[in-house]
Ligand binder design. Structure first.
Ligand code: NAG
Ligand code: NAG
Length: 307
């Protein structure tokens, strides 16, 4: 079987796992165990712009990103798209490198690895698939469409299928990044300030004082501790590889900031001693059935959900 066919089968089995029962939870165990592994890509060197936007196709939870501002696109975006983030780099965040778009062939070379679509005169890179969304410690405290921000004392988990490395390092501006250690000792890095279209608080953080106020006002679950980690050299943070797919494990805090897991637990993410073990079957599959249920039928324009 070719590698690309395996990728397709894997994607298909994930979709089936979600589609067979809409209340069925997403589970790493369904697709097998994995290991932390760098995505096969080379950082461009030029870095990302200071700001960019992300949208999600709500029919299949495919995510796209573009170097543009939320003011450059219709508000709200026409269905099936939803503007899911308008991002500002977090301190220490240099860039990402993406091995391939989810629909690019597994054995792709060069530019064929990047799948673009054009909407509103903007070129969008297809970069990820969203798998599931759930909350901790209160189960069902979030809803992707109606209530994506976790209440104080909770985090929301998004399992995202994407073959991407993150690079953090010292720059003229920053010599640290924000990190939070969860109650199991696993670590998450702040990706960007909360600049979600519908959010107002902290949406324009740029200075250290503003970021400090933002992170300092997050209400974490008990036992979670945030800190600034000094940066003296570039750090590569890698995805979790399962078969031919890669996953980024992303949380939202009570201020709706995004953080990704960058130290992986012994025994992988299926070991019980993790946020994933604790959420258990509580991470709800994101799929088209869930979409229609969540939106009460076919809408003319989509709400702006997480993440
Ligand atoms: C998602 O659907 C769009 C059409 O709305 C399609 O162009 C795209 O290829 C699909 N992505 C995946 C991963 O199936
Ligand atoms: C953030 O900045 C934009 C312009 O850059 C402005 O329109 C918006 O009101 C600001 N939001 C807040 C919460 O300050």
């Amino acid at each position: 079987m070719s590698a690309s066919m395996r990728t397709r089968l894997l994607a298909l089995s994930c979709l089936l796992a979600c589609a067979m029962a809409q209340s069925m939870p997403w589970d790493f165990a369904d697709i097998g165990t994995g290991v932390p592994m760098a995505a096969n890509c080379t950082p461009s060197g030029s870095g990302m712009p200071a700001q960019w936007i992300e949208m999600t196709d709500l029919l299949n939870f495919t995510q796209y990103e573009a170097d543009a501002l939320s003011s450059d696109v219709p508000d709200p975006l026409p269905f099936p798209y939803s503007l899911t983030a308008a991002d500002t780099r977090a301190p220490g965040w240099l860039q990402t490198c993406i091995a391939r778009s989810p629909t690019a062939p597994e054995d792709c070379q060069g530019e064929e690895c990047n799948v673009y679509i054009e909407e509103w005169d903007i070129e969008w890179l297809e970069f990820a698939l969203l798998n599931c969304f759930g909350s901790y410690p209160t189960p069902d405290a979030v809803n992707f469409f109606t209530n994506p921000t976790p209440p104080p004392g909770n985090v929301a988990l998004t399992v995202t299928q994407t073959c991407k490395n993150y690079y953090y390092g010292p720059s003229d501006e920053w010599d640290f990044f924000y990190s939070v250690t969860d109650e199991w000792g696993n670590k998450w890095a702040l990706q960007w300030g909360n600049k979600w279209a519908l959010q107002t608080v902290h949406s324009n953080d740029t200075t250290e004082a503003e970021f400090d106020a933002n992170i300092g006002s997050v209400v974490w679950p008990e036992g979670w501790v945030a800190e600034k980690v000094p940066l003296t050299e570039t750090v590569e943070m890698v995805p979790f590889a399962v078969g031919n797919a890669c996953y980024a494990l992303i949380i939202k805090d009570s201020n709706f900031n995004s953080w990704h897991l960058y130290t992986y637990p012994e025994g992988g993410v299926t070991s019980g001693d993790t946020l994933f073990g604790a959420i258990g079957k509580g991470c709800q599959c994101l799929d088209a059935q869930y979409t229609l249920e969540g939106m009460g039928g076919a809408p003319s324009s989509a709400p702006s959900p997480a993440p």
